[in-house]
Ligand binder design. Structure first.
Ligand code: FMN
Length: 175
């Protein structure tokens, strides 16, 4: 698939087939992240593949914590996490104040590489920020104290969403 096509075809997928994704395919995604640019080439990231009971425990923790919060999208995100076969946890390593902004930006770029490569391989994905509400609980469940910047749900898609609205070029291009 051409890069332009992957950029245009990528969608946030919130419905997944009940079908496993092999470690080999997930490692292809992490390989794409590995090649992303990073400030001072610090590569301040680590990735953990989470499946099965541990993934479901994380999803349930998010659901239970956020279900009573009016208007929150987090409970729906939790149901998506439960349906997707794989959750990729994205950690910030060696956190320090001086590099924080660049490091978080760099991780964002690495995640975008993951999403585009997933599209390229015929996989669906969802970038999840709502796990920020359970960072401490996730660190405990996963036995890892590094900052969790985001998670990414991955699986074979069971929906083909239309493109979501975007601002026009004239709105975002400053003259
Ligand atoms: C930093 C970030 C955090 C996000 N967190 C969530 C989330 O927790 N739950 C969710 O359903 N979607 C989440 N999304 C997906 C956005 O809602 C989605 O990208 C946006 O609505 C545009 O839709 P599209 O990805 O299909 O183009 C997140 C996206 C980004 C970039």
């Amino acid at each position: 698939m051409e890069l332009k096509e992957a950029i245009e075809k990528r969608r946030s997928i919130r419905k997944y087939e009940e079908k496993e994704v092999s470690d080999e395919l997930i490692e292809e995604l992490i390989e794409a992240a590995r090649l992303a640019p990073s400030g001072h080439n610090r590569q301040p990231w680590q990735f953990q593949i989470v499946r099965g009971e541990i993934k479901d425990k994380i999803a349930d923790t998010l659901y239970e914590k956020m279900i009573s919060v009016e208007g929150s999208t987090a409970p729906h995100t939790a149901t998506v996490m439960k349906e997707a076969p794989v959750l990729l946890v994205v950690y910030l390593t060696e956190e320090n104040e001086e590099n924080f902004l660049f490091d978080v930006l760099s991780i964002g770029g690495a995640i975008e590489h993951i999403l585009l490569r997933a599209t390229d391989l015929g996989l669906g994905s969802l970038w999840i920020g709502n796990t920020k509400y359970i960072e401490k609980e996730m660190q405990e469940i996963l036995g890892n104290q590094n900052r969790i910047v985001s998670t990414v749900a991955i699986g074979f898609k069971a929906q083909e969403p239309h493109a979501r609205p975007r601002k026009s070029l004239s709105e975002i291009l400053v003259k």
